[in-house]
Design a protein around this ligand. Structure first.
Ligand code: GLA
Length: 376
């Protein structure tokens, strides 16, 4: 063979080796699929198991929910660190969005009304005088179409024009992938009419293990200098208030229980923490929003996001009536949520970052739950 021939053959061989190693690197996580039961109308619901050898996450097509996340503690002992149910039936009952993708509009819209392009839209009222988490039948209560992708699962849902009062046929896609320590959630969406949207994941974390008690001893850090104070019905007043000197200042780590019962109007209104923090990072830049640490197990959770806000909610409405996986009782403040999001009620606050999506635009947001441990 000529020198040139050898060079070409060599180059082809290198190309194939690189492609092969890229492919094997890509599909590192084992993904399996099984039935999770049937909806009352017979629609089949599936559950996907993602296992990367360290962490195992289960995702169901019902509400595109995270059902469980098994993660090791500092000694390698695994526990499920999110609240959930053993079977579909649990999710079909009255439950507070465990692990769900919330939409079309996560969090509250004041009095269930907003105006877009001069037209006023009315949504179902399901939280005092307001609309919460997309209405009576939000994205958490529908069956998404699932398909395996490398290292994870892709879930798609078409929300029809007028569904729960929102305009436009909106196709949302959520990709969950698990690689190493990271459970990545990638959201995309398109619409055929101007609309508003705010997609988030509503996982309830307890890093000591689901059902193992309250989360008051967890240590929390939130990279936000401001938050959006709310009125008595938990609708933002419009003010972007500094956290400085308030129980909302988590810029340095604080034990959650330290100030959760503080004599503070905002704490009283939410019965603990249930507020939107305005993240310090530049708009759209994937950055660390919050870090939680549980001292006994050593487990940590870092939340990275491209979103401008995060709702830190301390399970104030859990009351011990729900029994979850392995019959565990979910008591008040038995978990916390870090719902990365746009600010609540943005459609009624032109000064907040916009939640509008127009035909031809691509909605794209990323949130990563990064699991780790810390030595004593
Ligand atoms: C969000 C809301 C809370 C509550 C929970 C679900 O975190 O902000 O007020 O509705 O969801 O119970």
């Amino acid at each position: 063979m000529s020198a040139k021939g050898i060079r070409v053959t060599g180059a082809i061989a290198v190309f194939f080796m690189l492609t092969l190693s890229a492919m094997t690197m890509e599909a590192k996580t084992k993904v399996t699929e099984a039935s999770f039961g049937k909806m009352p109308d017979g629609t089949p619901v599936d559950i996907y198991t993602l296992n990367d050898g360290k962490i195992e996450a289960r995702i169901t097509t019902y509400g595109a929910r995270i059902v469980s996340i098994d993660a090791p503690d500092r000694n390698g002992k695994k526990a499920d660190i999110v609240l959930g149910f053993d079977s579909l039936e649990g999710y079909l009952g009255n439950e507070p969005y465990f692990g769900a993708i919330v939409g079309r509009y996560g969090n509250r819209i004041a009095k269930g009304k907003f105006t877009l392009d001069g037209k006023t839209y009315s949504l179902p009222i399901n939280d005092g005088p307001n609309t919460l988490h997309g209405g009576r039948k939000g994205f958490d209560k529908v069956v998404w179409k699932g398909k395996q992708i490398p290292n994870g699962v892709e879930l798609t849902y078409l929300s029809k024009d007028g569904e729960q009062g929102f305009p436009g046929n909106l196709t949302s896609t959520v990709r969950y992938t698990l690689v190493g320590d990271d459970l990545k959630i990638e959201y995309s969406a398109t619409t055929d009419k101007d609309t508003v949207l705010n997609l988030t994941n509503h996982s309830y974390f307890n890093l000591a293990g689901q059902g193992s008690g309250d989360i008051l001893q967890h240590v929390m850090q939130i990279n936000a200098s401001h938050f959006t104070p709310v009125d008595a019905t938990l609708i933002p007043t419009g003010e972007i208030a500094p956290v400085e000197g308030t129980p909302f200042d988590f810029r340095t780590p604080h034990v959650i229980g330290e100030r959760i019962n503080a004599d503070n109007q905002q704490i009283h209104r939410a019965h603990g923490y249930d507020d939107n923090w305005v993240l310090d990072h530049p708009a759209g830049k994937l950055s660390v929003a919050a870090i939680a640490y549980e001292p006994n197990s050593g487990r940590t959770l870092e939340v990275l996001t491209t979103q401008p806000g995060v709702q830190f909610y301390t399970g104030n409405f859990l009351d011990g009536t729900l029994k979850g996986i392995d019959g565990k009782v979910y008591n008040r403040r038995g978990a916390f949520c870090l719902e990365t999001q746009h600010y609540p009620d943005s459609p009624n606050h032109p000064s907040f970052p916009t939640t509008e999506l127009k035909p031809g635009q691509q909605y794209h947001q990323v949130t990563i739950f990064r699991f780790g441990t810390r030595a004593k």
